[in-house]
Structure formats: structure tokens, C-alpha cells
Design a protein around this ligand. Structure first.
Ligand SMILES: C=C(O[C@@H]1C=C(C(=O)O)C=C[C@H]1O)C(=O)O
Length: 355
């Protein structure tokens, strides 16, 4: 391509960017006004249902090169920045900076929100309950390791609502300052990350070296950086944070290793037309109680997508997900019929991905 041709195209791009900047600033002005109205009425800033409606509309109008994924990526970032102009809201998440939960939070709250790192799931619930943070982000389940008990217990004990789910592909790296695998004498990581990389460790003889479980994979990267002959199983982001060289990428056993996270807050979403609802069911310890309960869903034509039993403080409860919104007529009837058994946890936009 000629220098002239390149210059001309770049000039055109510059004027489009100028236009985009002007429009984005106009958008931020309007968003700020929405923020003022919400502040008067106490309304929540983050409305995943409204954001989904905007993306659906843009996707159906779209005639250009961008596909839905690209529209989503661009606009979710615009929404995240917009929200900080309405009113900066704190987001509490589990783990140190760079944790997978932090990464999940950033997919919804973008780079400009103010984040609070919290060391425990209970701590995240407490932070949101006491209104130090408007949102909390915690893991609920992983495709290899199953449900996160602490999250279920907290959903049972606190009166907060699930307002969104985020599903993230989980990839691990082996990061180390060692040049050769044979120099590695100990590996730091989170217990569940060791489990998820079992085959890799065995194949490289790294099941024989010392495995040291630590609180988070980010901490593992920090330890591995400061100690000779050590390595960390951590995320790409974790390794980059500490400038720890990555020796192997994607070392997880399953190539579809996913974690599902919940965003919790103190409000309930309106229906978006494509929702999922989560509940806890405490059923009487009598024969047929579970069958009777589940039959109601079947009769109402409600699609159950998940059911997990769990013990909280000695009592058996069921964590259940189904398609639909709390305000749907058939869901309302079930909630009425089983009101003594059900704790409503939230209705939220259903992600396309599932685990
Ligand atoms: C502006 C609003 O607040 C937030 C920001 C949105 C946006 O940038 O368009 C959409 C929904 C909310 O998460 C709104 O509720 O309309």
C-alpha cells in the first residue's frame, strides 16, 4: 500500500474517532442525568436487564461487520464507564487483585469502577449488607470442582439478591523463574487449581515435588517470584501482575474449565424476557417431599436447569435454578404454593454459556 493511501485512511479513522468521542461525551452527559434521577428515587445504577435490552436492540438493527460478541464487548465497556458517571459504586470481590473473581467483576464493571478486594466470601456479603459496597462478586460453581459451599451458606444467611451471573473460562499457567521443569522443587497454588491441573502435573513429574496450597493463585505467583526453585499455578493475569515468566499456558485438565460467578446486591431486577431464577428450598424431612416439590415445576411447565443438595448448619437444603422470572405467572403460583419452603435468591439475565 502506498504511503499516501495509508495516510488518507488514517485521516478518515481520525475523524470517525473525533465523532465517536463527541458522541460518547454526549452519552455521558445523559447518563449523568439518569444518575441524578436515580439518586432521587434510590434506584440502582447497574441494570443488567436494561443493558441486555440495549444490546438486543443494537444486534437486531445491525447491518455492518460487527457481530453480537463484538457489539457486546464494545458496549459493555461503554456501559461500565457510563455507570461510573452516574455515581461511582464500590464493587467488593473475593480475593486479591487479579483473582479470577476480580476478572469476572471487571467483565461487568470495567476498568474504571472502584474495587474492594475482600479475603472471604462471607466478607463480601458483609461488605454489601453493610452498604460499604453496592455490589459483591463471588464464585458459585466450577465445572470441575462443583458448588462453592460458602456461597450457598451466605445466600442462605444474608438477605441479598443475585442480580447477574458471569461465566468465565478458567485457564491456568505454570509460571516460574526457573528455566527448566527439573529445577522446580515446589509449587504454590490454590487447592482447587492443583486439582484442576492434575494430569499436567503428573505428565511432567511435578506431582512428586512439594505442593503448597495458598489462599489464592495471585499470592502463589508472588511467592514463586520471591523464592528460587519454585513455581506457581496461576492465571495469566496473576503471572503478568508479578512479571513472573510463563513456562506453560492452559495447563488445566479439561479444555472447558469454567467458573460461574454471581453478582449480588440489595435490589431485584425487572424481567428481561430471558431470565433465570435461583432459589433455596428447605423441604420437610418426609418421604416424597422433594418429588412433590419438583412435580409442581413440571406441571407449571418450568424448565429446571440445576438442582444441588447442600447441608447448611446441619439442615439439608436444595439450590435450584430454573428458566423464568419471579414475576412470571407460573413462577408466582409456585412461590405461593411453596412459600414456607422457598427462599428467593434472585432473577437475572440468563447467560448464553452454561456450566
Ligand atoms: C443509564 C442507565 O444506567 C446504567 C447504564 C446503562 C447505559 O449506559 O446505557 C444502562 C443500564 C444501567 O446499567 C440506565 O439505567 O438507563
Amino acid at each position: 500500500m502506498s504511503e499516501e493511501g495509508l495516510k488518507e485512511l488514517r485521516n478518515k479513522l481520525d475523524s470517525i474517532d473525533n465523532e465517536l468521542l463527541k458522541l460518547l461525551n454526549e452519552r455521558m452527559e445523559l447518563v449523568h442525568q439518569v444518575g441524578v434521577l436515580k439518586a432521587q428515587s434510590g434506584g440502582a445504577i447497574y441494570r443488567p436487564d436494561r443493558e441486555k435490552a440495549i444490546i438486543d436492540r443494537l444486534d437486531s438493527l445491525n447491518k455492518g461487520k460487527l457481530n453480537r460478541k463484538a457489539i457486546e464487548a464494545l458496549f459493555l465497556e461503554i456501559f461500565a464507564v457510563s455507570r461510573t458517571f452516574e455515581l461511582p459504586e464500590n464493587v467488593a470481590y473475593l480475593g486479591p487483585e487479579g483473582s479470577f473473581t476480580h476478572q469476572a467483576a471487571e467483565t461487568r464493571f470495567g476498568a474504571m469502577s472502584s474495587y474492594i478486594s475482600i479475603g472471604s466470601i462471607k466478607g463480601v456479603f458483609r461488605e454489601v449488607s453493610t452498604k460499604k459496597a453496592r455490589f459483591g462478586v463471588i464464585p458459585i460453581e466450577n465445572s470441575s470442582n462443583g458448588i462453592v459451599s460458602d456461597t450457598i451458606s451466605c445466600l442462605s444467611n444474608y438477605n441479598l439478591k443475585i442480580i447477574a451471573e458471569v461465566i468465565l473460562d478458567i485457564h491456568h499457567t505454570l509460571a516460574t523463574t526457573c528455566d527448566k521443569v527439573s529445577d522446580i522443587k515446589r509449587i504454590y497454588s490454590k487447592d482447587i487449581a492443583f486439582d484442576q491441573c492434575h494430569n499436567f502435573l503428573e505428565n511432567f513429574g511435578l506431582d512428586e515435588v512439594e505442593h503448597i496450597p495458598v489462599e489464592s493463585t495471585t499470592k502463589a505467583a508472588k511467592f514463586a517470584l520471591n523464592e528460587p526453585n519454585s513455581a506457581a499455578i496461576c492465571s495469566h493475569v496473576g503471572a503478568k501482575m508479578y512479571n513472573l515468566p510463563i513456562l506453560f499456558e492452559n495447563i488445566e485438565d479439561k479444555d472447558n474449565n469454567k467458573t460461574r460467578f454471581f453478582i449480588i446486591s440489595d435490589f431485584e431486577n425487572a424481567s428481561s424476557g430471558n431470565d433465570k431464577t435461583s432459589i433455596l428450598a428447605k423441604l420437610p424431612n418426609t418421604p416424597g417431599a422433594l418429588v412433590d416439590f419438583l412435580t409442581s415445576f413440571n406441571k407449571a411447565g418450568i424448565n429446571l436447569t440445576k438442582i444441588k443438595s447442600h447441608i447448611v448448619e446441619g439442615i439439608s437444603i436444595f439450590f435450584i435454578d430454573f428458566d423464568g422470572h419471579k414475576d412470571d405467572e407460573n413462577v408466582k403460583k409456585i412461590f405461593e404454593k411453596h412459600k414456607n419452603s422457598i427462599k428467593f435468591l434472585g432473577s437475572y439475565v440468563k447467560e448464553i454459556d452454561d456450566i
